[in-house]
Design a protein around this ligand. Structure first.
Ligand code: UD1
Length: 430
C-alpha cells in the first residue's frame, strides 16, 4: 500500500503552481450533462474524486474525451440510463450532484446515496427539501435516492442551514425548471459562484451567486460551452500553511487572492508575512508563530477544509490557541495522530484547546481523511526525524501530485510502497 516517507526539518521555499478547484470541478462536470451539445472544460485537477465522477458519467453513456491531463470534452447527448450506481461513486460525496443535473434535464434521476462519514454525519435533507419545493418526488430506498417530476416549477426556497452542496444541487435543477426560483440563505463559496458562472455560460439565467440570495430564471435548454475552472482555494491554503508550519517562504501561484483572505488574515495574526499580487500570494514565516483563536464558518469565514492545517500550525505556536469547528461534528480525528508527534491538544466536543509545543517529532501516522491527511504531512515535514503517512489514498482524492509539489519546495518526501522502500529512503536521506 502506498505511503509517504518523510524526513522533516527543511523549511519549504519556492513557488508552487495551484491547480483547478476540486469542489468546483465536481459539480461543473455533473452540470455538463445538462446539455446535448459538447462541453469543453479546462483546468481540471487530476485527482481521484474527479476521475471517479468521470467514470460514473461514462457508465451512464456520457462520452468523455481527455484532451490532456487537465482538460476534457464531454458529450452527454446519448445518455443511456438515469441510474448511477457503482461501488466507486458511493465513495464520493459529490455523486449527488448528478441528481440535480439529471433531474433538471430529464426530470428523472436515480443515484446511489453518498456514503463515507469520515468527518461527521453529512445530511442531505436540504437537497431533498429543495428538489421537493421544485415539484419533484424524492424517495430514498435501497441505498439510492430517486427523484422524478412531471414538471419542475420554480419556487421560493429557504435553506435551514448554509450548505454548499444543497445550494449547488438546487441551483442546477432550478436552471431548467419553469419560472423563477429564489434560494435564500444560500452558500457563498467561490465554487458556488463558479458553478453559477458555468451554468450561465451554457445559457442559464442565474443571478446573485456569491450572495446569500440566488435568483434563477429557468430556461428550456442549455447549450455547449468552453469553460476554465477557478483555482483551488484549499490547495492554495494548504501550501500557504506549509510555509508557516515549516518556517519557510512559499509563493502560491495561479490563485485568486480574494478567495484566500480569511486564510491570509489568520497567517498574519500568527506572525507570518503575507504579500499578495494579482494572481499569487507569498507567505514568509521568519518568526516564531503566535497563538490565536479561530472558528470555522461558511465563506467568507475561515474554511472548515483548512481547520486541520491551522491546528497543526497552532500546535507549534507559543501559548494557548482555541480552534472551534462549527461545520462538521467529527473533524478532529487526526488530533490523536498529532498527539503521537508531540502536540498538546485537548478536544472537547467541537473545540480543540491547543498548548503550543516546541516541535513535533516524526512518527508512523495514518491519514484519517483528505484535509487532515494533508495537514499531518505538513506536521511530518516540520518534525524532527522520520515519519511515514499511511492511507494516503485520502490525500490523493483531492491533491494532485502532492508529494511532487512539496519536493519542488525542498521537502524530503517520497512515495513508497513497502517497508523495503522505507528502509531505502532512510538510508538515502540519512
Ligand atoms: C462541501 C465540500 C467540503 C467542505 C464543505 C463545507 C465538496 C465536494 N465538498 O461539502 O469539502 O468541507 O462543503 O465547506 O464540495 N448539511 C445538512 N443537510 C444538508 C446539507 C448539509 O445537515 O442537506 C450539513 C452537513 O452535514 C454539514 C454542513 O451542513 O454539517 C455543511 O455541509 P455542506 O456545505 O453541504 O458541505 P458539502 O457540500 O457536503
Amino acid at each position: 500500500m502506498e505511503q509517504y516517507a518523510i524526513k522533516g526539518g527543511n523549511p519549504l521555499v519556492g513557488e508552487v503552481e495551484i491547480g483547478g478547484a476540486k469542489n468546483a470541478a465536481l459539480p461543473i462536470l455533473a452540470a455538463s450533462v445538462m446539455t446535448n451539445d459538447v462541453v469543453h472544460i479546462d483546468n481540471l485537477p487530476d485527482v481521484r474524486d474527479i476521475n471517479v465522477l468521470l467514470a460514473a458519467m461514462e457508465s451512464i453513456g456520457v462520452i468523455i474525451h481527455r484532451d490532456g491531463r487537465h482538460s476534457v470534452t464531454i458529450n452527454a447527448s446519448n445518455i443511456r440510463n438515469l441510474v448511477v450506481d457503482d461501488e466507486n461513486i458511493r465513495k464520493i460525496r459529490a455523486s449527488y450532484y448528478l441528481i440535480g443535473a439529471l433531474l433538471g434535464k430529464y426530470k428523472d434521476a436515480e443515484v446511489t446515496l453518498p456514503g463515507g462519514c469520515d468527518i461527521g454525519c453529512r445530511g442531505i435533507d436540504q437537497h431533498i427539501k429543495g428538489f421537493r419545493a421544485l415539484g419533484a418526488e424524492v424517495v430514498l430506498e435501497h441505498g439510492m435516492i430517486r427523484t422524478t417530476a412531471e414538471n419542475l416549477a420554480g419556487n421560493h426556497i429557504y435553506m435551514d442551514l448554509v450548505s454548499v452542496g444543497a445550494t449547488i444541487n438546487v441551483m442546477m435543477a432550478a436552471s431548467m425548471a419553469e419560472g423563477q426560483t429564489i434560494i435564500e440563505n444560500a452558500a457563498k463559496e467561490p465554487h458556488v459562484v463558479d458553478v453559477a458562472n458555468f451554468l450561465n455560460s451554457m445559457g442559464a439565467n442565474i443571478k446573485g451567486a456569491g450572495t446569500d440570495v440566488i435568483r434563477i430564471k429557468g430556461v428550456k435548454s442549455l447549450h455547449g460551452t468552453d469553460y476554465t475552472i477557478i483555482p483551488d482555494q484549499i490547495e492554495a491554503g494548504t501550501f500557504m500553511f506549509a510555509a508557516a508550519i515549516t518556517h519557510g517562504d512559499v509563493t502560491v501561484k495561479n490563485v485568486i487572492p480574494k478567495h484566500l483572505e480569511s486564510i491570509s488574515a489568520k497567517l498574519l495574526e500568527i506572525g507570518c508575512e503575507v504579500e499578495e499580487d494579482d494572481d499569487c500570494v507569498r507567505v514568509v514565516a521568519s518568526k516564531p508563530l503566535n497563538h490565536t483563536h479561530v472558528k470555522t464558518l461558511p465563506y467568507p469565514g475561515f474554511p472548515t477544509d483548512m481547520q486541520p492545517q491551522i491546528t497543526v500550525a497552532l500546535g507549534l505556536a507559543a501559548g494557548t490557541s482555541i480552534v472551534t469547528e462549527s461545520i462538521f461534528e467529527n473533524r478532529f480525528k487526526y488530533v490523536d495522530e498529532l498527539t503521537r508527534m508531540g502536540a498538546n491538544i485537548k478536544v472537547e466536543s467541537s473545540t480543540a484547546i491547543i498548548d503550543g509545543a516546541k516541535r513535533y517529532t516524526g512518527a508512523d501516522i495514518t491519514a484519517p481523511d483528505l484535509r487532515a491527511g494533508a495537514a499531518l504531512v505538513l506536521a511530518a515535514l516540520s518534525a524532527e526525524g522520520f515519519s511515514t503517512v499511511d492511507d494516503i489514498k485520502y490525500i490523493q482524492r483531492g491533491y494532485e501530485d502532492f508529494h511532487i509539489k512539496l519536493q519542488k519546495l525542498g521537502a524530503t518526501i517520497e512515495l513508497v510502497e513497502n517497508e523495503k522502500d522505507v528502509r531505502k529512503f532512510k538510508m538515502k536521506v540519512g
